[in-house]
Design a protein around this ligand. Structure first.
Ligand SMILES: *[C@@H]1O[C@H](CO)[C@@H](O)[C@H](O)[C@H]1NC(C)=O
Length: 261
């Protein structure tokens, strides 16, 4: 048994050493090849660096914004017209939960027939006057979403959450997600980052408490099932149709869940 376990490692070791052994025996022949190889690798790195660099500094401003840590909240703003179409009457009383919620709430308040509230899960430092006023009026609250939120059950027709869940471990998700579902009458819309996306800058991390954990859609779906939350299939279908008609591709995963009954 133990011999079998050792064998693959040894074979791998032998294989890896072959090129070096070869070059030892024929030094003079392999070194020109080696230098050509190095030049090619160097040129490739230089090209990759140049093109990669221009992407970061000039062309792709949108992705810089995304890197700044709020892509899904920005995505919610973009999706408001579509959400209005999909949810119609259920957009009457909306609660948005997520960083920079003031931007979403301000935008929602400009819509006809929509009342909006917001929960800002993180410290607010330099917010603009509009946001300050929303907080003063109690329209936006700064609250830790790891604790029960200060609203009665079914206070809102729809609850939309962006980014915030990406910063919660499953232990807190278990508490927060049912609590968000408790607040809504007609459903819960979740905007979450895709795995591999870059989130908050290192300097901003203390604000979020921990680095974002971006989960795959299969992880989320399994999680929703475990938590007893069901997909709102009708809404999901309408949303898919509306975005494909508009040729709009959200840069975040969007999940449509039903409320508890
Ligand atoms: C979260 O809840 C699910 C389902 O109730 C449970 O299986 C899981 O162990 C919980 N996770 C944590 C970290 O508490």
């Amino acid at each position: 048994m133990s011999r079998r376990a050792v064998n693959p490692a040894r074979r791998f070791g032998d294989g890896a050493s072959v090129p070096f052994g070869g070059s030892l025996h024929s030094k003079s022949r392999s070194s020109p090849l080696l230098s050509i190889g190095l030049v090619l690798v160097g040129a490739f790195l230089l090209i990759a660096y140049t093109y990669g660099g221009s992407g970061t500094f000039g062309v792709d401003r949108e992705s810089i914004k995304a890197d700044a840590g709020l892509p899904c909240t920005v995505e919610v703003q973009k999706a408001i017209p579509i959400l209005k179409k999909v949810y119609a009457d259920s957009m009457r009383k909306v609660l948005h939960v997520g960083p920079d919620t003031c931007s979403v709430v301000s935008k929602l308040l400009k819509e006809e027939d929509t009342e909006a509230w917001g929960v800002e899960p993180y410290d607010v430092e330099d917010v603009d006057a509009t946001c300050k006023s929303l907080i003063r009026k109690g329209v936006v609250r700064v609250a830790d979403i790891k604790s029960t939120l200060p609203y009665r059950a079914k206070s809102f027709s729809l609850v939309i959450v962006s980014d915030a869940l990406d910063y919660l471990s499953p232990k807190y998700l278990n508490k927060t997600l049912p609590d968000l579902a408790r607040l809504s009458m007609d459903g819960l819309v979740i905007f979450a980052g895709y795995p591999g996306q870059q989130r908050a800058k290192a300097a901003e991390l203390p604000k979020f408490g921990r680095p974002a954990k971006l989960r795959s859609s299969s992880w989320w779906i399994r999680y929703f099932v475990q938590t007893g939350l069901e997909e709102n299939e009708a809404a999901a279908k309408k949303f898919e149709m509306a975005i494909s008609k508009k040729g709009y591709k959200p840069s975040c995963q969007v999940f449509h869940l039903g409320s508890y009954h």
